[in-house]
Design a protein around this ligand. Structure first.
Ligand SMILES: Cc1cc2nc3c(=O)[nH]c(=O)nc-3n(C[C@H](O)[C@H](O)[C@H](O)COP(=O)(O)OP(=O)(O)OC[C@H]3O[C@@H](n4cnc5c(N)ncnc54)[C@H](O)[C@@H]3O)c2cc1C
Length: 317
């Protein structure tokens, strides 16, 4: 079995939660150790954190990698990874930028949006991945005889939070090779500050396209008021300018960790689910096959425009 590597995303010196998930994904492929790869500039602290999760950490620490430019990181990985390597990436916007091209450069197989790994049979790793925006789960095998790049959906694996490893850190910055790029980093655009901070809320009433009309947002606000909750939303609601960007949950919005997340008329795309880290998920959707029901702790098949006012009335007693 080829060596398994997990690419570790980090932001402002903090490891992404997927660091604790990819180690679990790696162990589902094979029992052996999984090696973390951390790239960036001035990343000693990040590498040390990764070493609490992984028995081995490879560090590529150079100013050329100060910003997460997939083109440059791809070059570095191709130079340091052995042929036949199995590389695990988080299936987020960055992983999808990095992964497909990396598999082409490494001449290995590629699979995206993996929600579970059912083990390995010889050279075939058995994967469950989602297609058509999460509407169907597909059981596939990926031939790993020449290596593989596997993008695992954030939140799909129960994280290993034990942080019990004391991994060895190896500096491979000198082996990264030519890191010149055609794609140039310009600036980081921080999201606009809003009047609410959904990342601090214990209870979120989150609305999606199922709310149907801007005028119906009042229905969600009334329910949120009755529950002592804050209103958040999926991206189409922000795109329609019905709510401000500060209320968006997801990979291109905010990451939230509420105690209760009530998803109302939200289908459950991976971009949306990628922004929900923990919490008890209650999903209300009129489509019984909506993907959100696969991750919800409680699923209610109902029309939110009837369900939400009825619940508000009950709560107001
Ligand atoms: C690069 C990129 C980044 C993205 N980032 C994000 C992000 O950060 N956050 C995000 O949310 N999305 C993001 N998206 C968009 C994402 O792919 C989905 O399109 C989006 O999450 C869908 O939002 P939704 O669930 O509200 O709408 P839909 O997928 O249209 O789902 C609406 C749901 O409402 C249900 N429904 C309709 N009417 C009712 C009713 N009356 N009662 C009950 N249920 C009803 C339907 O059955 C359906 O399941 C991103 C996309 C890209 C390409």
């Amino acid at each position: 079995m080829a060596q398994i590597y997990a690419y570790i995303e980090h932001h402002d010196g903090v490891l992404d939660d997927t660091a604790m998930e990819l180690v679990v994904a790696g162990k589902k492929i094979a029992a052996g150790p999984v090696t973390a790869i951390v790239t960036g500039s001035g990343i000693d602290a990040v590498a040390s954190e990764a070493a609490k999760i992984y028995p081995e950490v490879i560090k590529i620490d150079t100013p050329a990698l100060a910003y997460p430019n997939a083109e440059v990181i791809r070059k570095a990985l191709v130079n340091i990874l052995p042929s036949g390597a199995i590389v695990l990436l988080p299936h987020g916007p960055f992983g999808m930028d990095l992964g497909p091209g990396l598999s082409i450069k490494m001449d290995s197989s590629f699979a995206s949006d993996i929600v579970d790994i059912e083990g390995t049979d010889g050279n075939l790793v058995k994967l469950i991945r989602q297609e058509f925006g999460g509407v169907v789960s597909v059981h596939v095998t990926s031939d790993i005889s020449s290596g593989a790049v596997l993008c695992v959906r954030p939140g799909a694996m129960a994280p290993d939070e034990s942080k019990s490893a004391s991994g060895k850190i190896t500096d491979k910055s000198g082996d990264a090779g030519d890191l010149s790029a055609n794609r140039k980093f310009l600036e980081i655009v921080e999201p606009e500050a809003g009047d609410v901070d959904i990342t601090k809320a214990d209870v979120l009433v989150s609305i999606g396209r199922g709310i149907e009309d801007q005028e119906n947002i009042g229905i969600a606000q009334e329910l949120a008021d009755a529950m002592g909750a804050v209103v958040s939303c999926s991206r189409p609601i922000v795109d329609a300018k019905w709510l401000e960007p500060a209320r968006q949950v997801g990979t291109s919005g905010n990451t939230v960790k509420p105690k209760v997340y009530m998803a109302c008329g939200i289908s459950g795309s991976f971009q949306h689910l990628g922004g929900i880290k923990g919490g008890f998920i209650i999903a209300i959707n009129k489509n019984p096959n909506a993907p959100i029901f696969q991750v919800a702790n409680v699923g209610i098949v109902a029309d939110i425009l009837e369900f939400m006012p009825a619940l508000t009335e009950k709560l107001q007693g």
